[in-house]
Design a protein around this ligand. Structure first.
Ligand code: SF4
Length: 328
């Protein structure tokens, strides 16, 4: 299980079961845990600040306002946790969470789930990973299994989770009623080794995929970010071939997202990883406005077209029963 170095529980969160569970865990495991009115992070810069934040957990109460939309993956974002213990250089959270991305757990899980239920109509889809990877926190919080159970009991609601992590044992025996779909983020060995620090290997992710598939879950893959480096076709084809060989037969969905970056993300990434080899050269990219109101640099049209054709052909070649949801 991932070990945090510092844990802060806000005073207004202390009565919630999640906060109490985390508090007891910290006591038993000699992890510094402070009850506070105002959590702070040390005024350090660059990688040191980033690494420290990734090992700092805040347990707080979320003000429940309007749920944010989450296209194309779901109708709404479901934020029970935010931040992530992984250290991927390209992380999509870099635009929003800045250079000190502490991990947060929202203690009022039941209220948030209830509000989600109130706005659900028919097959309303919620994405739990829009601002986090909730899976590595599961042994500590139990929030993931709570959400899967809640969605199982509500016919109008569907849950989607995206992850690279493997702490999924707590949900294997839940009668999930097929209301939850889990997608594994996979990439080439080269990208995982170069950019996805502190995350499980591809083999470990595929072993979790097999367990979930055998437990009857709908499972899919997110191939993201697709980076068009020298030799990308060979590496991505090998990855697809090996993936197909390592998992049980059955239906799998695919969501494929080409690499893109915002100017804010680029500045944050260069601050944290000054030696990064991640290609963030604006030349050769196209500027495009996104749904969250800020612009991003995406690959040029002809490169995207080539990428789309490649994945369409190779997924058809290696997977008997695959459904490509989108390639962007
Ligand atoms: Fe970001 Fe996902 Fe990597 Fe976590 S695992 S750092 S959320 S890209």
């Amino acid at each position: 299980m991932f070990k945090f170095k510092n844990v802060y529980i806000y005073k207004n969160a202390t009565d919630y079961p999640v906060a109490q569970k985390i508090h007891s865990y910290c006591k038993e495991n000699n992890i510094e845990c402070e009850i506070t009115n105002r959590a702070t992070s040390e005024e350090t810069e660059g990688f040191k600040a980033y690494a420290q934040a990734k090992r700092t957990l805040w347990i707080t109460v979320k003000k429940i306002g309007k749920f944010q939309t989450c296209k194309p993956s779901a109708d709404y974002q479901l934020t029970l946790v935010s931040g992530c213990v992984g250290m991927c250089e390209y992380c999509y959270l870099s635009t929003r969470s800045g250079i000190r991305p502490v991990v947060k757990v929202y203690a009022n899980v039941d209220e948030i789930l209830q509000k989600a239920k109130d706005i659900s109509t028919e097959n309303t889809v919620f994405e739990m990973s829009a601002s986090s990877d909730p899976v590595p926190l599961e042994p500590l919080t139990g929030v993931l299994s709570k959400a899967v159970e809640f969605f199982a009991q509500n016919d109008n609601m569907r849950l989607r989770i995206a992850t690279k992590f493997t702490d999924i044992d707590s949900i294997l025996n839940i009668d999930h009623k097929n209301h939850t779909e889990i997608r594994y983020s996979i990439n080439t060995e080269h990208i995982i080794k170069t950019f996805e620090h502190s995350t499980p290997t591809l083999d470990e992710r595929l072993s979790a995929v097999s367990k979930l598939k055998n437990a009857g879950y709908s499972v899919g893959f997110i191939i993201a970010p697709v980076i068009l480096y020298d030799g990308w076709q060979k590496d991505y084809e090998n990855m697809l071939k090996n993936t197909a060989k390592s998992i049980p037969n059955g239906e799998y969905t695919f969501e494929i997202i080409s690499h893109r970056f915002t100017t804010t993300a680029k500045n944050n990434i260069l601050n944290i990883f000054p030696q990064t080899t991640l290609d963030m050269n604006e030349e050769g990219r196209k500027f495009k406005f996104g749904q969250f109101g800020y612009g991003k640099f995406v690959y040029e049209k002809e490169h995207l077209a080539q990428m789309k054709e490649f994945f369409k052909n190779n997924i058809e070649k290696y997977f008997e029963n695959a459904k490509i949801l989108y390639i962007i």
